[in-house]
Design a protein around this ligand. Structure first.
Ligand code: PEP
Length: 252
């Protein structure tokens, strides 16, 4: 059966020292209150090694927020999937709307990143989601389907087992506007049906589909009560251990 997951995405927040303190804080809370879901901390590259050392790997997995679309070599400033893996991180977030929008990451670039991540033994949290204009034009289903087709549907079913999907409506990210639980469930069920059409029902039933976009302790229980919502990808509310735990405990 598919995993329930709460994953944090710290984005470009926290110095190394602040990040270690935050990871310690989450770890301490979870040591005292065993989580009923998989918990992942998505951190900037420079935090990965220390956060891996700081947390109990039985309670918390660690994720990068990006990796390069090239294997290795003369790409100044880039960080490869192999480098991410060598820190002890298990996951990488790819396809986040901020990367697509501000760093011009195209479906082809993301496809290359996905392939390199999987080839290096990382699992991928692959983000998809529509803009406000696309939602208003009722294009959300076509958008998320095209994003899957463009970057992950070339994978074999065996490879696809290492993909977690995060549905994140761009209009809900960092805006305080959350999709209603019914709106989110409707598109999560659609995403699962698209995965089923491509890989079959068994694969679709085993695929975790997370919701992201202003998820917090107050709305997580309602969102997570929906049958096709398997947890959350959390930005702002992952930056304080207590706020993040308020979401994790929605699975209790
Ligand atoms: C995100 O960027 O992945 C996200 C969901 O952000 P927030 O929770 O702050 O909306």
């Amino acid at each position: 059966m598919r995993q329930k997951i709460v994953a944090g995405n710290w984005k470009m927040n926290n110095t190394l020292q602040e990040g270690i303190e935050l990871a310690k804080g989450v770890n301490e809370i979870l040591k005292a209150n065993a989580p009923k879901c998989k918990v992942i901390l998505g951190t900037p590259f420079i935090h990965l090694t220390e956060v891996v050392k700081t947390v109990d790997s039985k309670l918390i997995s660690v994720s990068a927020e990006n990796c390069a679309d090239k294997e290795k070599g003369a790409f100044t400033g880039e960080v490869s999937a192999a480098m991410v893996k060598s820190t002890g991180a298990e996951y990488v977030i790819l396809g986040h709307s901020e990367r697509r929008e501000y760093y011009n990451e195209t479906p082809e670039i993301l496809k290359a990143k996905v392939d390199l991540a999987l080839a290096n033994g990382l699992k991928v949290i692959f983000c998809i989601g529509e803009s406000l204009a696309q939602r208003e034009a009722n294009e959300q289903n076509a958008v998320v389907k095209a994003e899957l087709e463009g970057s992950v549907f070339h994978l074999s079913a065996e490879q696809f087992a290492n993909i977690v999907i995060a549905y994140e409506p761009i209009w809900a990210i960092g805006t305080g506007k959350t999709a209603t639980s019914d709106q989110a469930e409707e598109i999560h069920a659609y995403i699962r049906s698209v995965v089923a059409d491509k890989y079959g029902k068994a694969v679709a039933d085993n695929t975790s589909i997370l919701y992201g976009g202003s998820c917090k302790g107050s709305n997580a229980p309602e969102l997570f009560s929906k049958p096709d919502i398997d947890g959350g990808l959390i930005g702002g509310a992952s930056l304080k251990a207590g706020d993040f735990y308020d979401i994790i405990k929605a699975w209790n």
